[in-house]
Design a protein around this ligand. Structure first.
Ligand code: NAP
Ligand code: GDD
Length: 337
């Protein structure tokens, strides 16, 4: 029987890679998108432009229970990957209320609609290493105590607990991934890795002069999003629902990321990176490093990308984009003379 998956957040980095992965496995893939996205497909569907004739999109908002209920009522989904969220930590300090509303109520609405209409549908919650925050131990595992340091982190702890509660209270198949940072050429430009690779590429081509960053000493366990979506799928194929850490087990500083990314284009980051206090956070997560032993042993999951390969791929994609941008700018100025 064909498996039917609903992906919330299909227009995001992970949603787009997961849609590709599920399609390659023969799934019928459905995506939940905001209505505004349907009105501006060229811009809002960039990451899934190549999939639009292979997936079915449904308009709904995480802020509206009736809209989610309606989508869930339309199709007999066998798996639901709940990825949609306000995912930028810095923004959650600026507007914690919206982040909480979208991330906590949105997750609760999805769970409640599934319980009502599709109690057999398997549910994946996109938990985060940000939940470990001020880490209680190193490396972090499934049993490490949570100490979130941002409204975003708090919202993810709440989503995680809701997911566990639906599993325990209603016997639903609900699993959470505790995913450490994962990146790639489809990463949003506001996240530090993409900010670094895109600006390094633009500096190399003379389209930018400097890169302003906040805390260069923060350490992250960075993997590739393509590897991490495979783990999400594997979690929903197990006999019993459970929670899993997904991480590489390596940690690097933001400074080291800069050194490597600028190195890829033959530049010394120290000449271009400037510290700007606007990018410091009221409370920082200093060090993340995950122990994914359980995922390796129980899911048979292994990451394929190394840290260096991931940066190389991101810089190469951003150089290509910057070349196009440079070409367009040259064409524009030539057409004005
Ligand atoms: P992303 O690129 O920021 O994508 C977020 C998605 O959520 C987008 O499709 C966005 O739609 C959608 N969304 C946001 N608010 C919504 C709303 N009110 N109603 C409906 N859809 C809404 O995030 P990502 O990196 O793919 O991450 C996917 C999930 O994993 C998120 O929950 C994130 O918090 C979590 N996570 C990510 C990482 C990581 O390192 N990437 C690590 C751990 C956990 P629009 O396109 O319309 O904005
Ligand atoms: N974004 C950003 N911009 N971060 C900066 C900057 C800057 O200019 N300068 C330094 N940093 C530091 C941040 O302070 C943080 O310590 C680190 O770089 C990583 O920041 P982000 O790339 O914004 O990611 P994040 O770790 O806060 O959150 C990401 O990973 C979480 C998993 O741990 C997001 O993808 C979350 O959605 C995800 O849950």
């Amino acid at each position: 029987m064909t498996k039917r998956a609903l992906i919330t957040g299909i227009t995001g980095q992970d949603g787009s890679y997961l849609a590709e992965h599920l399609l390659s496995l023969g799934y019928e893939v459905h995506g939940l998108v905001r209505r505004v996205a349907l009105e501006d497909p060229a811009r809002r569907f960039q990451r899934i432009a190549h999939l639009l004739d292979k997936v079915t999109l449904h308009a709904a908002s995480l802020e509206s229970y009736p809209s989610l209920f309606h989508v869930v009522s339309q199709v007999e989904f066998s798996e639901c990957y709940h990825l949609a969220a306000q995912s930028f930590v810095a923004e959650s300090f600026t507007d914690g209320f919206s982040t909480m509303n979208t991330n906590i109520n949105g997750t609760h609405y999805m769970l409640a609609a599934l319980r009502e209409l599709r109690p057999k549908c398997r549910f994946y919650f996109a938990g985060s290493s940000e939940m470990f925050g001020k880490v209680a131990e190193t490396p972090q595992t499934e049993t490490t105590r949570f100490h979130p340091r941002s409204p975003y982190g708090i919202s993810k702890v709440a989503g995680f607990e809701l997911t566990r509660n639906y599993r325990e209270a209603y016997g639903m198949y609900c699993s959470s991934g505790l995913l450490f940072n994962h990146e790639g050429p489809r990463r949003g430009y506001e996240f530090v890795t993409r900010k670094i690779t895109s600006t390094a590429a633009r500096i190399k081509l003379g389209l930018a002069e400097e890169l302003k960053l906040g805390n260069l000493e923060a350490q992250r366990d960075w993997g590739h999003a393509k590897d991490y979506v495979r783990a999400m799928h594997l979690m929903l194929q197990q006999e019993r629902p459970d929670d899993y850490v997904v991480a590489t087990g390596e940690t690097h500083t933001v400074r080291e990321f800069c050194e490597r990314a600028f190195g890829e284009v033959g530049l010394d980051y120290r000449e271009y990176v400037k510290i700007d206090e606007r990018f410091l956070r009221p409370a920082e997560v200093d060090l993340l490093i995950g122990d994914a032993r359980k995922a390796r042993e129980e899911l048979g999951w292994e990451p394929e990308y190394t840290f260096a390969e991931m940066i190389r791929e991101m810089v190469a994609a951003d150089l290509e984009a910057a070349q196009l941008e440079g070409g367009r700018a040259a064409h524009f100025s030539a057409s004005r003379v």
